[in-house]
Ligand binder design. Structure first.
Ligand SMILES: *[C@@H]1O[C@H](CO)[C@@H](O)[C@H](O)[C@H]1NC(C)=O
Ligand SMILES: *[C@@H]1O[C@H](CO)[C@@H](O)[C@H](O)[C@H]1NC(C)=O
Ligand SMILES: *[C@@H]1O[C@H](CO)[C@@H](O)[C@H](O)[C@H]1NC(C)=O
Ligand SMILES: *[C@@H]1O[C@H](CO)[C@@H](O)[C@H](O)[C@H]1NC(C)=O
Ligand SMILES: *[C@@H]1O[C@H](CO)[C@@H](O)[C@H](O)[C@H]1NC(C)=O
Ligand SMILES: *[C@@H]1O[C@H](CO)[C@@H](O)[C@H](O)[C@H]1NC(C)=O
Ligand SMILES: *[C@@H]1O[C@H](CO)[C@@H](O)[C@H](O)[C@H]1NC(C)=O
Ligand SMILES: *[C@@H]1O[C@H](CO)[C@@H](O)[C@H](O)[C@H]1NC(C)=O
Ligand SMILES: *[C@@H]1O[C@H](CO)[C@@H](O)[C@H](O)[C@H]1NC(C)=O
Ligand SMILES: *[C@@H]1O[C@H](CO)[C@@H](O)[C@H](O)[C@H]1NC(C)=O
Ligand SMILES: *[C@@H]1O[C@H](CO)[C@@H](O)[C@H](O)[C@H]1NC(C)=O
Ligand SMILES: *[C@@H]1O[C@H](CO)[C@@H](O)[C@H](O)[C@H]1NC(C)=O
Length: 455
């Protein structure tokens, strides 16, 4: 049957105009019409598809030729059944006002431009399509150039491209986020975190398809290492509901050593003769390949050790502080500052604390001496007067009260040397108050005081 059809196509002009072999994928040698268009295209349901297309028409055996001065019509057919009438397979005929599928030929067919816009797509439009030209009496179908259209419900993730492969700090690169744009009439809107305000641009590719892009030129630094670029594409579709897809890419940027420092352990107060570890630390990508220790001598820096840790016996502080390290990786090196002992710091701190303590102690001492002197003179007065009186044995109990009692007794004594209690209660209070204010007879001192008073 197929062989017969091919035969029919080859020899019979009439049949070739109306019938096709059941399998449209069959590409007969005698095909005379060729289109240049992508073999496979993807589209988003609810959006449109621009099909870039031009055709080449070769003369048939009947010497019929494409002649652009004649009216030219374009027809799109789909492959859905075996051995069918072309009219039934046609989904679009540019000579018709109303068509099965929402398509339009946007190119100028007289210039062999068969570019087509397929709008309002749904997933049911997924199929293999063939183009046919009607330039009567020249009529041919491009059987060798099927176009496979796939209509998807979900959008494509944009792709991130970086102009260089191995990223290094200080390098200038161009970072591009691009999204397929099957429908240039309603292109996706791209946004990314690299530069939130940038506007995307839609460009035509060499094959006539379109791409929407965001581009940013940046000079890389170590801070870009590990940076996560995220770019999202928002496709407008029928009904106003956008379809969005996102893509992410993490930057991996190499950089020379950074934050190189030399530390000492143990830290704090050190004395000569103990062993200390000098440790060099640094941040780099790729990782540090070597750590080298140097010591500054009269003759300049001298290499003393390789490796991130250097153990040595401490001779003196000045000697230790002559050391420094250098961290190296494939991109460069960095020198640390001198090993620094916190000793002087902590020593100064300690000294300050000690000084404060000493000052406070001295002040206290001065105060105590002053008070003691004052108390003593009071006590002398008191004991002198007390000596003139018969002493009353103190009751066992709180010594403070007892002494006050003693003192009050002494003040109660009638005589010229002291104010009489009977004269004025006020003055008796004054005596009490003086004793209290001076607060010399602390519990500990009380016994001594008592002893003195007793004497
Ligand atoms: C055309 O349709 C037939 C039958 O449905 C199928 O066998 C064939 O693979 C299709 N050809 C293409 C190119 O899709
Ligand atoms: C058809 O389009 C392709 C790609 O755009 C181009 O290379 C070719 O020259 C075009 N042919 C004609 C006849 O316009
Ligand atoms: C195209 O057709 C016109 C008349 O319709 C004719 O004059 C011209 O020679 C034809 N061109 C070719 C290349 O056959
Ligand atoms: C396209 O329409 C024209 C004019 O109505 C008609 O002559 C031709 O046969 C149609 N082609 C197909 C493949 O339906
Ligand atoms: C095709 O184009 C014509 C004229 O340019 C327009 O009136 C019509 O609406 C278009 N059809 C589709 C499906 O885009
Ligand atoms: C074909 O027509 C389309 C319009 O749909 C246009 O964008 C494109 O540039 C044309 N191609 C050529 C080769 O003229
Ligand atoms: C198509 O191209 C032909 C020949 O180049 C020209 O005469 C005609 O005006 C064009 N048609 C349109 C709609 O641009
Ligand atoms: C697209 O299809 C929807 C329903 O599927 C219809 O309402 C709308 O008019 C169509 N638009 C065009 C331009 O064909
Ligand atoms: C980035 O640099 C490239 C070439 O170095 C240049 O063509 C492009 O316009 C620049 N893009 C931006 C956004 O500056
Ligand atoms: C669709 O996306 C555009 C651009 O991102 C935005 O301006 C618009 O508000 C969105 N519409 C809806 C319904 O989300
Ligand atoms: C020095 O490093 C060695 C080896 O890691 C360790 O055994 C030792 O305790 C370290 N000494 C000090 C003072 O940190
Ligand atoms: C400490 O070491 C340095 C360098 O090794 C040396 O010049 C200096 O005399 C030493 N000081 C003492 C007090 O040992």
């Amino acid at each position: 049957m197929a062989a017969l059809c091919v035969n029919l196509l080859t020899v019979n002009m009439f049949l070739s105009a109306f019938f096709l072999p059941g399998d449209l994928a069959d590409c007969p040698d005698e095909s005379k019409l060729f289109i240049t268009a992508p073999k496979k295209m993807e589209a988003l349901s609810g959006s449109c598809l621009h099909i870039p297309c031009n055709f080449t028409a070769k003369p048939g055996e009947d010497k019929e030729e494409f002649n652009s001065t004649r009216p030219t019509f374009g027809v799109w057919m789909k492959n859905d059944s075996e051995f069918v009438n072309i009219k039934n397979n046609a989904v679009f005929n540019s000579s018709e006002r109303v068509n099965k599928y929402p398509m339009n030929i946007t190119g100028n067919l007289s210039q062999k431009n068969c570019s087509t816009l397929f709008s309002n797509l749904t997933t049911s439009h997924t199929d293999t399509y063939f183009f046919r030209v009607n330039n009567s009496p020249y009529r041919r179908t491009a059987l060798c150039d099927p176009l496979q259209i796939t209509v998807k419900d979900s959008p494509w993730s944009p792709s991130i491209h970086i102009s260089a492969g191995d990223l290094k700090e200080k390098q200038s690169v161009s970072i591009t986020c691009s999204a397929l744009t099957p429908c240039p009439h309603s292109p996706p809107q791209l946004t990314w975190n690299l530069h939130p305000d940038s506007d995307s641009e839609t460009e035509e590719n060499t094959d006539g398809t379109f791409t929407t892009k965001l581009q940013q030129n940046i000079t890389l630094s170590h801070t870009h290492d590990g940076y996560n670029i995220s770019c999202s594409a928002t496709y407008p579709v029928n009904g106003g509901r956008n379809k969005t897809a996102e893509t992410q890419q993490t930057l991996s940027v190499s950089y020379a050593p950074r934050d190189t420092s030399a530390s000492i352990s143990p830290s704090g107060l050190l004395s000569a003769g103990i062993w200390v570890n000098l440790t060099c630390s640094s941040r780099a990508k790729p990782p540090i390949s070597s750590f080298t220790w140097f010591k500054n001598t009269k003759d300049g820096p001298k290499k003393v050790h390789e490796g991130h840790m250097y153990s040595l016996e401490m001779t003196n502080m000045t000697d230790i502080e002559l050391h420094y390290c250098v961290a190296t990786n494939a991109l460069g090196d960095q020198t640390s500052s001198w090993v620094h002992l916190n000793v002087s710091d902590s020593f100064q701190h300690t000294a300050a604390v000690v000084a404060v303590i000493v000052v406070v102690a001295l002040v206290c001492l001065a105060l105590c001496v002053w008070r003691f002197k004052k108390c003593q003179s009071q006590l002398e007065t008191l004991s002198q007067t007390a000596a003139q009186l018969p002493l009353q044995t103190p009751a066992a109990g709180t010594q403070d009260e007892i002494h006050y009692g003693d003192i009050s007794i002494s003040s109660q004594r009638p005589g010229p040397s002291s104010v009489s209690v009977q004269d004025s209660g006020q003055q008796q209070d004054t005596v009490y108050a003086q004793v209290k204010v001076s607060s010399c007879p602390q519990p500990a001192d009380a016994e001594e005081l008592y002893a003195q008073v007793k004497k």
